[in-house]
Write a protein that binds this ligand. Structure first.
Ligand SMILES: CC(C)(COP(=O)(O)OP(=O)(O)OC[C@H]1O[C@@H](n2cnc3c(N)ncnc32)[C@H](O)[C@@H]1OP(=O)(O)O)[C@@H](O)C(=O)NCCC(=O)NCCS
Length: 170
């Protein structure tokens, strides 16, 4: 794991971001609430803009991207500023090496500087991802039942991590 570099993606990384994001949506459709076909039809500029509006972290090994995790400020105007962790994905051949954990840690470190609470939604059946988030202190706050645009009905486990005074607490 020591050779893997986690860094924030910037606009010139848009093509790399697009490739791994579309791979995630294509190979793991059940893990995400987004549509591969919708994002595949979007121009490269949309991915560059997303990198500017969000903080997206990539894990790289020898220049190749292996994983991705995104962060978005949801409620900047409310007294309790809230951020969302989204788009968590590690390529299948690179899983179980701690890369997912390193990406979650990078998002938490960043979130600590800009929000008070970090939230996420994870499909109920995705126990592996829930365990990863729990190891970082996230706790379940509720369930959300949704019908996605493609007609899939899913139940999401909502999770949150309170980040207080520079220290992450559940
Ligand atoms: C969920 C996901 C991001 C986890 O990524 P990952 O890189 O495998 O995560 P980690 O390696 O940090 O941890 C996963 C497991 O590997 C173990 N692990 C970590 N480092 C290890 C190592 N060096 N050797 C052996 N096992 C290791 C962890 O303890 C953990 O074990 P557990 O699942 O039995 O609890 C990945 O499986 C994935 O992308 N899945 C598909 C998309 C998805 O579900 N995204 C989440 C949407 S909410």
């Amino acid at each position: 794991m020591s050779e893997v570099l986690v860094r924030r993606l910037v606009a010139p990384d848009a093509a790399t971001f697009r490739a791994i994001r579309l791979e995630a949506l294509r190979l793991e459709p059940a893990a995400f609430c987004a549509s591969h076909d919708v994002e595949a039809a979007a121009p490269l500029e949309m991915f560059a803009e997303r990198l500017e509006r969000n903080a997206v972290f990539g894990a790289f090994d020898d220049g190749s991207i292996l994983g991705l995790a995104g962060f978005l400020i949801a409620d900047a105007a409310t007294p309790q500023r809230r951020g969302v962790l989204w788009g968590m994905y590690v390529r299948s051949g690179a899983q179980k090496r701690g890369i997912g954990s390193a990406l979650v840690a990078a998002v938490i470190d960043h979130a600590r500087t800009v929000v008070d609470t970090l939230t996420l939604g994870v499909v109920k059946e995705n126990v592996a991802a829930q365990q990863l988030y729990e190891r970082h202190g996230f706790r379940e706050t509720g369930l959300d039942r949704r019908v996605l645009p493609d007609g899939r009905a899913i139940t999401e486990v909502l999770m949150a991590l309170r980040i207080q005074g520079g220290k992450a607490t559940a």
